[in-house]
Design a protein around this ligand. Structure first.
Ligand SMILES: C[S@@+](CC[C@H](N)C(=O)[O-])C[C@H]1O[C@@H](n2cnc3c(N)ncnc32)[C@H](O)[C@@H]1O
Length: 403
């Protein structure tokens, strides 16, 4: 939908905004939220007016989150997924709550995000240097989320270069997973023929060839990863080499694994469940990014690199929703990635008009509420990267939704 702006901002309490969104925008593909972490000094989110709250501090937090997560689930398309940032204060409670709302079977990952590489120096105890991302699918069997990224592929993992300058690496053709052996995969245990001088590999003997059967490091029988027809078809991607093993020198067969495969979208690498600050940025780099575009007006923004990595797991035309938008990092990341790869992602950001602190940088800059901060950043983003910005209030949306 090229005619729709990349960014939309809605000012209002997310509990009021969520039920209005489907009528105006349809279902969303990706939800990212970074709710208040319940650190003990931010107890402003009790929905007292709705008769909730009371009980332990965890109960009050869960009571605040449950209807919002249920609202998010209703808004998610079948192919969709949700990522929630959280730290140790509520991680255990959030995991159980998400299991309840989204179903244990739809749990995809609990990622450790190393946002504070130096570690927290304040207070007693450990220098905590990470928080978490809980990832759930609306339906794990139907989600389009792909837990891999093209950016996680590093050139240095492909140290060899062919005559045309194409990078590759050698992978053993032998299946190194012990689950696959001549008993479990009978047809993949067969001899191949190779010449370590020329590198040539064929499925039949030739002049000067050695017969090579797949074996594990301890000499026990293994299987190949490729069938005979695949060897016949793609034999030019195989190479016979002399290697030095534990039991002396032997000849073995390797696959040339190319960095740039001719697959749509290029080569991707599975994402590990620990995301380092050097890969996704840190809270310090996030503050610097925000400072550069609007000023030092928000204490705990997320780095755009974190949201970029999340976006990379989904198609490039997704509708994204962040209903605890804060300084607007998610909308910023969506515009950055669209500008880079020509994608048509759209992002709806929601934040309440929570007042900024008297005397804070934000207040001194004339930003009276957090919603003013979100708007200021998303306006600056639209100026810099294009894509436009729609600014609405919950009242505008109620008109559309009839709620
Ligand atoms: C931890 S911050 C999010 C920071 C954001 N990820 C960023 O990178 O800037 C949580 C935000 O949720 C907002 N918020 C809290 N309760 C809300 C509610 N009920 N409705 C809408 N926004 C809310 C707060 O104003 C705060 O800005």
């Amino acid at each position: 939908m090229a005619d729709q702006p990349w960014n939309t901002f809605v000012e209002g309490d997310n509990l009021d905004v969520l039920p209005t969104l489907a009528a105006a925008y349809g279902l969303v593909d990706l939800v990212y939220i970074d709710p208040p972490y319940n650190t003990g000094n931010e107890f402003s989110y009790r929905d007292d007016i709705r008769g909730e709250g009371g009980g332990s501090r965890h109960e009050a937090w869960v009571a605040m989150m449950r209807p919002r997560l249920e609202g998010a689930r209703e808004l998610l398309a079948e192919r969709g997924a949700i990522f929630v940032s959280i730290d140790d204060n509520e991680a255990a409670y959030l995991r159980l709550l998400m299991d309840d709302v989204f179903g244990e079977a739809n749990f995809l990952a609990q990622v450790v995000v190393n946002l504070n590489p130096k570690g927290r120096q304040l207070g007693k105890g450990f220098a905590t240097s990470h928080e978490y991302l809980l990832v759930y699918a609306k339906d794990a069997r139907r989600t389009v989320l792909d837990g891999s990224s093209a950016h996680a592929v590093v050139e240095s993992d492909f140290p060899l270069v062919d005559a045309e300058g194409r990078r590759y690496r050698h992978l053993p053709l032998r299946n190194t997973n012990k689950k696959f052996n001549p008993v479990t995969a009978r047809t993949l245990h067969y001899p191949l023929y190779g010449d370590p001088e020329s590198g040539l590999v064929l499925s039949r003997p030739f002049l000067g060839s050695h017969e090579i059967s797949p074996v594990f490091g301890d000499g026990s029988p293994a299987v190949w990863r490729w069938s005979v027809p695949k060897v016949d078809e793609q034999g030019s991607d195989l190479v016979c080499r002399r290697i030095r093993g534990k039991h002396g020198e032997r000849v073995d067969i390797f696959q040339k694994d190319w960095l740039h495969r001719d697959t749509p979208g290029g080569r991707r690498k599975k994402l590990r469940t620990i995301w380092l600050a050097e890969e996704v940025g840190s809270t310090d780099t996030a503050v610097a990014e925000l400072k550069q575009i609007v000023g030092h007006v928000f204490e705990s923004p997320k780095p755009t690199g974190l949201i970029r990595r999340i976006l990379e797991t989904m198609p490039d035309d997704v509708l994204v929703l962040d209903f605890f938008a804060g300084s607007g990092t998610t909308g910023h990341a969506v515009a950055l990635v669209n500008a880079e790869d020509g994608g048509t992602r759209r992002c709806i950001s929601v934040n309440s008009a929570e007042p900024t602190r008297e005397g804070s940088n934000a207040r001194n800059a004339g930003l009276v509420s957090v919603a003013d901060i979100t708007r200021a950043r998303l306006r600056a983003v639209a100026d810099r990267y294009g894509g436009g910005l729609d600014e609405l209030t919950v009242t505008d949306l109620r008109g559309t939704a009839g709620v």
